[in-house]
Design a protein around this ligand. Structure first.
Ligand code: CBF
Length: 876
């Protein structure tokens, strides 16, 4: 259907063209409009929630206007586009971010698609800071912006690092003016909400859409049917799997698009995040209906919606459930059809597809897109197999996020072939051609073929190795930190390096968006930095390496004072949150907050991340303090040896991960004992913050003095919270793992506390544990014995035995025993610097911020654009 408005009607459209609000008065008008018409409320019943909704809709109106212009511009200019496929987007809240990003102070920017269609200049004298302007307006209207922002539920459509990385990347793609769209799923239930009951994690559903969602645009006009099951028609002449084949599907559902505008910082370009929701088709099963089975035919339709009902709550672990595979295909198929529909509008030939389209696979979850594109090209567009494959491999690139075996996706061929019979044939053919090439190149290496094959044989059932398929189907593969990118080349993809050569493999070290993780999360630090750099417009947030100028002030006493004041205020802000979460009871000793080290480990709970090592360290400290007291030391003397400290933990465990859940319980039980021990007073506290999510992180991270990134070397691909802490002036204690390595390089080894074994020693240490009894260091042994005696679980003394056993009886896979002594010694060094050389500490904190510009996700997007996607910014 050509829905274009005839020429004669266009002037009328232009006369009534919707305008963005550009000043307080216009915002207030929009706000009241939305309260009265969209929400059907009035000044007599407008509460904070209604104010949040009306504010968001007014802001969204502005974004939508810019979104339309941006998309029109891209259609006209037809640049190469990048599509970022991610099963997770851990967005957090949108309002504050939008207010910061849509700053309407870019007065000098030329607005290409102004009402007249001619370039126009933005009005002089427009408000300069949208957030302040909206805050003032809301105040006039009877609300506080902080309370209004608090009403928004987190969009928690992700598990952890991978999903949050995708959220940072789409922010940076918009900021960098890259023509980009994100594609994902619109889960009705994001990651579960975590309650802590009697110290145990209890999961409750997070129905985040309960109150509607002001940020999404439901696109009823964008729908694609997606097919599952069925069979491939091999009757008559249709015998070759390489020739166009007909897949007669069984079940059909509809993929419906929901769009989320993604504003960039200081640009009027607005990109798009398109999330799919599954709906039943309008086709009705008349056979069932006629046989009187109405109830069943309705139920079958309702089942369609279950595809996008729930995010799988696993991080770094793959479960192999059919519904998960259905989610993946549903999302890949809808996204590809949408991408192709857009491409076809350009009327370009297929061979130009990779010149116009780059698709990034965020982990192996979207690897089916490789197969689906090959199917579309061969079966529907009737391209020759090899021509199609050439297009496919030039289009895709793949980011690997882990080397851990349990996290690498594999699908049993039986389950896969039942759900996607034609795709299985295509995978076999891809593998067949690939293995022929391998055999040609390495005719004598017999084992190589089985090692490198996309199909794993030898187990109970053959499995499809999705990571191998992603490598074969992509033109570039990248890891997410230097160490990790080297490791993938020598471990999981070693054979592929041999076959394809090393140039296919590259590194793009992760990053984070400084708009959310500095300006929005830490307004006080942002203010101090802007003042110091004489940058009232906040331009440094687009050029983070400019922060190095702060280094010159690292020794300046006056500046250090201001710096420390920011940290202290953030610590108080966190103490307030903890008090609120604790039913109004203060755990943190505010009187001594200056002298109390806030030590944090907030991230998913996982044995490889070693929260257990951290809590063993806490127990060690506690026991040592108790021994001193028992030997007659005064509290003052104890404090000299073990200065004041609060150990914060936060994070979710996958619901089915027994050991991680037990670690949460141990942390809480240790907290119960220590926090109630009057003998040690307030010298040590342990706080587990329930329901760690993006909006809590925004309060927790700026308050940190020290944060722990202590994974077994070689296990954490990158980590991104390490960057967030460094960017907020928190120091790091960490292992030589993931991005800690580059953080050290950037900020200097004097400004980070590294400890532990290196990744190159891990294999040998593990081997030794397997064949010899694990030697337990004396101090760790005391800790483990204390746990085994039931001191933290008097009613069930054996409760934590499984944790102890992982070390004593099961080979200590995560090497806690090997790193314990060095961890404790490094913690002692931390204590010493924090308590006796505070100026030194503050200096390190300033230098961390000054030198962490490299970790802006803008730099990542520049690197991806130049070295992998070959896309260019489209600015004005
Ligand atoms: O690359 C982003 C993050 O991804 C993970 O969270 C993942 O899910 N595999 C890794 O564990 C992190 O190290 C990494 O920073």
């Amino acid at each position: 259907i050509d829905a274009t408005i005839p020429l004669k009607s266009r002037s009328l459209w232009q006369k009534h063209q919707v305008k963005k609000f550009e000043n307080a008065d216009q915002f207030e008008g929009r706000f009241i409009d939305h309260v009265e018409t969209t929400l059907a409320r009035s000044l007599y019943n407008c509460d904070d929630l209604a104010a949040y909704e009306a504010t968001s809709m007014a802001v969204r109106d502005n974004l939508t206007i810019d979104w339309n212009k941006t998309q029109q511009k891209f259609t006209t200019r037809d640049p190469k586009r990048i599509y970022y496929l991610s099963l997770e987007f851990l967005m957090g809240r949108a309002l504050d971010n939008a207010l910061i990003n849509m700053d309407i102070s870019d007065k000098n920017e030329t607005d290409v698609n102004g009402a007249s269609g001619k370039p126009t200049k933005k009005k002089e004298g427009a408000a300069t800071n949208t957030k302040e302007m909206v805050a003032e307006s809301l105040d006039e209207l009877g609300f506080r912006l902080e309370d209004v922002i608090e009403q928004e539920p987190d969009a928690a459509l992700g598990n952890g690092g991978l999903g949050r990385l995708a959220a940072c990347f789409i922010d940076s793609m918009a900021t960098e003016n890259i023509p980009a769209w994100g594609y994902g799923l619109r889960y009705e239930y994001g990651i579960f909400a975590q309650k802590i009951i009697d110290g145990y994690q209890v999961e409750t559903p997070d129905y985040w859409l309960n109150l509607g969602n002001a940020w999404e645009i439901e696109r009823n006009e964008v729908q694609f049917p997606v097919t599952f099951y069925g069979y491939v028609d091999r009757s008559e002449k249709n015998t070759s799997t390489l020739a166009p084949s007909q897949w007669i599907g069984g079940e059909r559902v509809l993929a419906c698009a929901y769009d989320f505008p993604v504003p960039g910082y200081k640009t009027s370009n607005v990109n798009n995040l398109r999330l799919w929701k599954a709906k039943p088709t309008t086709e009705f099963d008349f056979a069932k209906f006629n046989s009187g089975d109405y109830q069943n035919s309705v139920e079958a339709q309702q089942r369609a919606e279950s595809i996008t009902a729930c995010l799988y709550p696993n991080d770094n672990f793959e479960q192999g459930k059919e519904l998960r595979l259905k989610q993946q295909y549903f999302w890949c198929s809808a996204s590809l059809h949408d991408i192709i529909r857009r491409y076809k509008k350009t009327k370009r030939p297929w061979r130009e597809f990779p010149d116009q389209v780059a698709i990034q696979l965020n982990d192996t979850h979207p690897t089916l897109a490789v197969v689906e594109l090959q199917r579309i090209l061969v079966d529907l567009e009737k391209l020759d197999w090899h021509d199609a494959w050439d297009i496919v491999t030039k289009t895709f690139a793949y980011t690997n996020h882990t080397v851990m075996q349990e996290a690498l996706e594999k699908w049993p061929v039986g389950l896969f072939g039942h759900l996607l019979p034609r795709h299985l044939e295509i995978i076999y053919d891809i593998n067949w051609f690939f293995l022929q090439d391998v055999a040609k190149k390495f005719p004598k290496d017999v084992d190589l073929l089985s090692r490198i094959s996309i199909i794993e044989e030898g187990g109970q059932e053959r499995q499809i190795r999705m990571a191998f398929l992603a490598v074969v189907g992509s033109h570039k593969v990248n890891g997410v930190a230097e160490l990790h990118s080297e490791l993938i080349k020598t471990t999981i993809f070693g054979d592929f390096v041999k076959f394809f050569g090393p140039s296919k493999f590259t590194n793009v070290t992760n990053g984070i968006t400084p708009r959310r993780w500095l300006k929005s999360a830490n307004p006080a630090l942002d203010k101090l930095i802007s003042e110091t750099l004489q940058d009232p417009e906040g331009n440094y947030l687009l050029d983070m390496p400019a922060l190095t100028k702060l280094s010159a002030l690292a020794d300046d006493k006056e500046f250090q004072k201001k710096w420390y004041k920011v940290k202290k205020d953030n610590k108080i802000r966190l103490a307030d949150l903890i008090k609120k979460l604790n039913g109004g009871v203060d755990i943190i000793d505010r009187e001594h907050i200056d002298d109390t080290l806030f030590d944090m480990q907030v991230k998913r709970i996982h044995e490889y991340k070693r929260q257990q090592l951290n809590i063993f360290g806490v127990i060690y400290r506690y026991l040592a303090m108790k021994t001193m007291i028992a030997n007659g030391a005064s509290l003052k003397e104890v404090e000299e040896k073990f200065p004041r400290k609060v150990s914060f933990f936060g994070g979710k465990s996958a619901p089915g991960y027994y050991m991680a859940k037990l670690i949460i319980k141990l942390i809480n039980s240790v907290g119960d004992v220590i926090n109630n021990d009057v003998e040690i007073g307030n010298l040590l506290k342990v706080v587990f913050i329930p329901e760690y999510n993006v909006s809590k992180a925004e309060i927790i991270i700026p308050a940190s003095d020290l944060s722990e990134h202590i994974s077994t070397a070689g296990t954490e691909a990158s980590g991104t919270s390490n960057m967030k802490f460094a960017m907020n002036g928190g120091l790091i204690i960490g292992t030589v793992d993931g991005a800690n390595v580059e953080i050290t390089r950037e900020i200097g080894e004097d400004n980070i506390f590294l400890f532990g074994n290196l990744s190159e020693n891990v294999e040998e240490l593990r081997y030794n544990h397997q064949y010899q009894e694990t030697p337990i260091p004396e101090d760790l042994d005391k800790v483990l014995k204390h746990i085994e005696e039931g001191n933290f679980s008097p009613e069930n003394p054996n409760e934590f035995q499984p944790i102890v056993d992982t070390i004593k009886a099961h080979g200590d896979y995560y090497l806690c025993s090997d790193d314990f002594d060095s961890y404790i010694a490094t913690q002692e060094l931390v204590d010493q610097v924090f308590h006796t050389q505070r100026d030194e500490w503050t200096k390190k904190s300033i230098l961390s911020v000054a030198n962490c510009g490299f970790f802006s996700s803008d730099r990542c997007i520049q690197e991806y654009s130049e070295t992998i996607w070959n896309v260019e910014p489209v600015k004005k």
